[in-house]
Design a binder for this molecule. Structure first.
Ligand code: LLP
Length: 436
């Protein structure tokens, strides 16, 4: 995703890219939570997202410990009722940015006062949680534009009192990541610019609304960030802003990077939090200001693998080898969208060296349907094998599409030797059910 990506490696897959419960059986097969992945693929079909449930629970607990003032799970990374329930049970709030995410969170049993509403173009219905019988107020609404302030002004007062809001600002920082997932710089659709004075004007406008209570500031500088200096630079701007407006809460957003490739390390949530706290102290953030965060990828990415079945292998002499699997850009659009790199391995031979160069592609009707542009696989790869990609727990299932009318894959959670389907496979009947 960045120009710093390591060169493709022929070494066996690095173990730290696999979920916590990963183990290798004496026959070389990968197991997760004690279950053989080849057997899971037989049982649930392919492609299939397999999540290590304890891994998810542990990351949520780590986030809660790292941010005692409050931490929300960014549901856009991966959302279903089972995931929302895990985050809530661990003590995380939920960041939702559409009525759809809100509906899933509520269906999972989330009280509305554990939801943080995001979005650069929220509708009045989303702001008011229209159409539901929920009694509470959002824990926070993260205000993103002057039009939204007008929409808030037009809402009927909430019976419980003013709605707590944060003002989303852009601190003018270029994070070191892909352009499409940078959000803290000046040329962005998100938030109010601090440098231009728009953020000050937003604070003033919100102060005049009796129907909201401004408690703090929010900034999210981007996603898949490894170099933490971007947060330091943002913190300097934010600390000044918080002090100037006597705010009591600072939410630093999400964005912590995750390793996808052999040789890439995943920073721990505690390290990120410690770094942020040090930056806050160095920037003179006033004592007593609550510091909150909303990680998504760091919670879920490496909890899952996607298992596919190899359907064809084509050797083009002097050009390259193509290994085609039964999913593709519909279950993982990240390689096509961002040029993101993934590793590939065989579930029956996790420890094997990978001298065979191939492009791993899907079954969609276009050449851009690439999962791993320059993959390394064991020489023994053959049709019928279960080929898997690790670190597909974030922005995979949540960004999946029905291109070529392929059903979205199921999501299976494994824990303590048992597996459960938390989202079933989408069928042609499901898709036809939408049609008149
Ligand atoms: N908070 C806000 C306001 C966000 O917009 C996001 C992500 C997060 C938190 C969580 O960020 P994380 O910790 O997951 O980096 N589809 C892209 C990533 C888009 C991120 C969008 N916003 C990808 O697949 O890389």
């Amino acid at each position: 995703m960045t120009e710093d990506a390591p060169a493709p490696s022929e070494a066996p897959l690095a173990r730290q890219l696999l979920p916590d419960s990963a183990a290798i059986s004496p026959d070389g097969h990968l197991s997760l939570a004690g279950l053989d992945v080849v057997e899971l693929a037989e049982r649930f079909g392919t492609p299939v997202f397999i999540y290590d449930e304890d891994h998810l629970r542990r990351r949520c607990a780590e986030a809660v410990a790292a941010f005692p003032d409050g931490v929300a799970y960014a549901t856009k990374a991966f959302l279903c009722k089972a995931m929302a329930a895990i985050a809530l049970e661990a003590g995380m709030d939920l960041d939702v940015s559409t009525a759809g995410e809100c509906a899933v969170a509520l269906a999972a049993g989330a009280p509305v006062d554990r939801l943080i509403l995001h979005g650069n173009n929220k509708s009045s219905d989303e702001l008011a949680i229209a159409g539901t019988e929920v009694p509470g107020r959002y824990k926070r609404i993260v205000v993103d534009s002057f039009d939204e302030i007008a929409r808030l002004a037009a809402l009927a007062p909430h019976p419980l009192g003013p709605r707590p809001v944060l003002v989303r600002v852009t601190p003018g920082v270029q994070a070191h990541t892909h352009e499409y997932v940078m959000t803290g710089h000046e040329d962005t659709k998100f938030g109010f610019s601090v440098a231009s004075g728009a953020a000050d004007a937003a604070v003033e406008a919100l102060g005049e609304l009796g129907s909201v209570a401004l408690v703090g500031v929010h900034a999210h500088i981007g996603s898949q960030i490894f170099r933490l200096d971007g947060y330091e630079r943002a913190m300097a701007v934010l600390a000044r802003f918080v002090a100037q407006h006597r705010l009591t809460e600072l939410c630093v957003g999400g964005g912590l990077g995750v390793g996808y490739l052999n040789g890439e390390q995943t920073p721990r949530l505690e390290e990120w939090a410690a770094h942020l706290r040090a930056a806050a102290a160095a920037s003179g953030l006033p004592e007593g200001v609550r510091m909150t965060a909303e990680p998504g990828r760091a919670i879920v990415a490496s909890a899952a693998i996607t298992a596919y079945r190899v359907g064809t292998i084509k050797a083009l002499p002097g050009i390259r080898n193509y290994v085609a699997v039964d999913g593709g850009m519909s279950d993982n659009p990240r390689p096509v969208l961002y040029g993101s790199g993934y590793e590939a391995f065989l579930a029956r031979a996790v420890d094997a060296g990978r001298p065979f160069r191939a492009r791993v592609v899907g079954k969609h009707c276009e050449s851009g349907d690439v999962l791993v542009a320059d993959a390394r696989l064991p020489d023994s790869v053959r049709v019928g094998d279960i080929l898997a990609t690790p670190v597909t727990g974030a922005y995979g299932h949540s960004m999946a599409s029905n291109y070529n009318r392929l059903g979205r894959p199921p999501v299976v959670f494994v824990r303590g030797g048992s597996a459960r389907v938390v989202v079933r496979r989408e069928t042609p009947e499901d898709l036809l059910a939408l049609e008149a």
